[in-house]
Ligand binder design. Structure first.
Ligand code: SF4
Ligand code: SF4
Length: 383
């Protein structure tokens, strides 16, 4: 068994609901084993909070990081003398609108946080195997301390979105679908890019909002799920290793976790993590509904997969009774596989790269995941 390293310390804290006092106390207790917030924030430092601001939904939908988590962390940073900034680049709409609809803007205004939506990009050169260049938010690079505040949710393409995936918000606006297009349907490549991006951006601390997470068709249209836990650490890979355990997912159900293990990244295995705080066994939940499998994870040669793409993968399918033809999905589909014709949403499945951006962004929850016949069969025999 590998020996845990200091960077792989991950702390857990039970929290049953978001009442402000309980949340603040729980975050203080959560950070205690890591040396408290003072270990990360020095007086006068510019501290950027990076929540999940995917879409403008109310907090009870569990699409975005809960405003009370933001309030508690911001209060602690301010008490330590830090100057709090908050920013992200949502999937759709302006960051300000999203922050207002999900309740975060109220906290921003009450606490005098500097709201800094990600709009300007700077080119960076990750030292990795995927993309030679990535364009990331200037606002994030200019912060002295970045605190990553993900929401634990299922993710139709990646399996799970948590500490590593949350840093994808550093890619500004429409550059996100461009990266999806460049990666195509190669999930391993996309997951590796997410790991390399997160490593390059190096958030000082990640605090996961897993009090109420999301299961099923995440990250935009799944069901809120009571998990009752906060998770924190300095290594996002180690934090995610613990998060998958808390919800009882296997590491290979999360593509970023699977790729972190395959590429032997430190903290990817639970055996490399030093667990602190509350007992993981007591916080673990059962029957968490994972996202539906959308392919058979590369166990069949590529040329056969290409021939049987429809049958071997899952695809988004419109529920026409819910679709109001707003065209948000049409405008954001990376390979332009979607259109409105004869007053109905149409998808060209030959072009579709199965990125599920459309499902992630649809405000009506009108795109369901349909598994192909052979994929369903493989699931059946795996039981
Ligand atoms: S599927 Fe959703 S995003 Fe796409 S047009 Fe219909 S309502 Fe709009
Ligand atoms: S139809 Fe949806 S899943 Fe397919 S490429 Fe477009 S956005 Fe991605």
């Amino acid at each position: 068994m590998s020996k845990p390293v200091e960077n792989n310390r991950v702390t857990l804290q039970a929290l049953s609901d978001y009442s402000p006092k309980k949340t603040l106390t729980a975050i203080v207790q959560l950070l205690e084993p890591l040396g408290g917030i003072e270990n990360f924030v020095k007086p006068g430092q510019k501290v950027l909070l990076k929540p999940n601001l995917l879409a403008g939904k109310p907090p009870e939908k569990a699409v975005t990081t809960h405003p009370e988590i933001i309030r508690a962390v911001a209060q602690l940073v301010q008490a330590a003398g830090g100057i709090v900034y908050l920013g992200d680049s949502p999937g759709i709409g302006s960051a300000e609108n999203v922050a207002r609809k999900c309740g975060i803007m109220d906290v921003v205004e009450e606490l005098g946080i500097v709201f800094t939506p990600f709009v300007e990009s700077v080119t960076i050169h990750p030292r990795g195997r995927t993309f030679q260049e990535l364009e990331v938010a200037r606002e994030l690079l200019e912060a002295e301390v970045v605190i990553n505040l993900p929401k634990l949710k299922t993710h139709q393409m990646m399996g799970l979105t948590c500490a590593v995936k949350n840093m994808f918000g550093a890619i500004v606006g429409l550059r996100k679908p461009q990266l999806h297009l460049q990666a195509g349907s190669d999930k391993a490549l996309f997951a590796l890019m997410l790991l390399e991006l997160c490593e390059q951006l190096k958030p000082s601390l990640s605090i996961v909002d897993a009090v109420v997470g999301m299961e099923g068709d995440g990250p935009g249209s799944g069901d809120p799920r009571q998990i009752g836990t906060l998770i924190a650490g300095t290594n996002p890979v180690a934090v995610d290793a613990v998060a998958t355990e808390v919800v009882g997912m296997k590491p290979d159900q999360s593509w970023t976790q699977k790729m972190a293990i395959d590429t032997k990244r430190s903290g990817a295995l639970l055996s490399e993590v030093e667990l602190l705080g509350d007992d993981l066994e007591e916080l673990r939940i059962v029957d968490f509904k994972a996202a539906k499998n959308t392919d058979i994870n590369g166990r069949i040669p590529d040329f056969i997969q290409r021939m049987l793409k429809q049958a071997l993968t899952a695809q988004p399918s419109p529920d026409h009774s819910l679709c109001n033809r707003c065209e948000i999905c049409v405008k954001h589909c990376p390979p332009e596989a979607m259109s409105i014709a004869k007053r109905r949403l149409q998808i060209d499945y030959k072009k579709c790269i199965r990125c599920f951006c459309c499902q992630e962004l649809c405000p009506q929850g009108a795109l369901v995941t349909r598994q192909g016949s052979l994929l369903r069969l493989t699931q059946y025999y795996k039981r």
